[in-house]
Design a protein around this ligand. Sequence first.
Ligand SMILES: *Cc1c(COP(=O)(O)O)cnc(C)c1O
Length: 406
Amino acid sequence: MYSINANFLKLQKNYLFADIAHRVNAFKEAHPEANIIRLGIGDVTRPLAPAVIEALHKAVDEQASAETFRGYGPEHGYEFLRQAIADNDFAPRGIDIDIDEIFINDGAKSDTGNFGDILGKDCTVCVTDPIYPVYIDSNVMGGRAGDFDNGAWSRVTYCPCNAENDFVPAIPDHPTDLIYLCYPNNPTGTTLSKAELQKWVEYALRHNSLILYDAAYEAYITRPDVPHSIYEIEGAKRCAVEFHSFSKTAGFTGLRCGYTVVPRELEVDAENGERVQLNQLWNRRQCTKFNGTPYIVQRAAEAVYSPEGKRQVRETIDYYMTNARIMREALAEAGLKTFGGVDAPYIWLQTPGIGSWEFFDRLLNEIHVVSTPGVGFGPSGEGYIRLTAFGRREDCEEAMKRLKSL
Ligand SMILES: *Cc1c(COP(=O)(O)O)cnc(C)c1O
């Protein structure tokens, strides 16, 4: 008789989005005439940039003739894209990343989840709280999270981020092995300064820990002191991998493309005493389990770095960030306290002294606006809700008008 990976049975059911859908549907049934505005969605809404569409068409046409047809590509990704990434995302910031340290993938969710394949079962885990659920759930599947007691996993260290500490997580007072950092942060929309990030790098180097740095929202950074990459910090190449995505940067949530940076300097002592490069292990893992991102999608991603592509992608990001500004200002006028929304498309709203779900219900029932309850992202999210700036301008403006009337 076969057995299953019993760790999957330990996973806690994530009711968050199902619960939201349930409450919204019930409200709709009772009030079919209500014009509901959804500020809860984590997906983009603007179309792909014209330069990206043009590159896609061209790449599709290439597939139509034997001379230009492309079949299996390199598992690492095509050199044209890896070179464009090194030249545009890293070199201008003074970061020297070799193209062999870049692995193209089908999105950051895959690699943040899959990276555990090459890491030991005994590693302990550290996360900031609230967080993107993939980091914890993938470690539950990998057997690293321990047991779920009292709303927390026994082998996971949670670093609370809230208004009291201005969303700057305290460094753990004990060693942990795998540290997940996401900046700019989903869900809080907050960032870490270089000085704060430096403390995490020093901690990781001191304890031989690995930082898994999720930079999915890097393109939304506006303030100069906010690091775009962990490799802006001295020593980070010896302790960190970094995940990027074209999803939020350029609207690739449906097209699917991202990349992972695994520096060659990232080495660890294996049990047999060998010194091992994570870059080699990850390459071996990808060559075995992944056959590459579609050629046409990689050409589309390359176009994000063309002069027109850059300009067009920037316009869309500016559109979302103008939504964020309109929302921040309106919420402040309404006397509500918000965080984020300056270097990220998320606004983290402190509820006026009531629970996340209670405030969610008030917004839905009284002004017909859908938000995301913060507690769904972890215990420290209680007392907050997340609003996204990915919607249409008219909807943001209308929602804010209604909010002021609340
Ligand atoms: C949206 C998002 C990603 C990107 O995921 P893709 O798989 O690239 O679409 C990664 N990390 C976080 C925290 C996100 O919110």
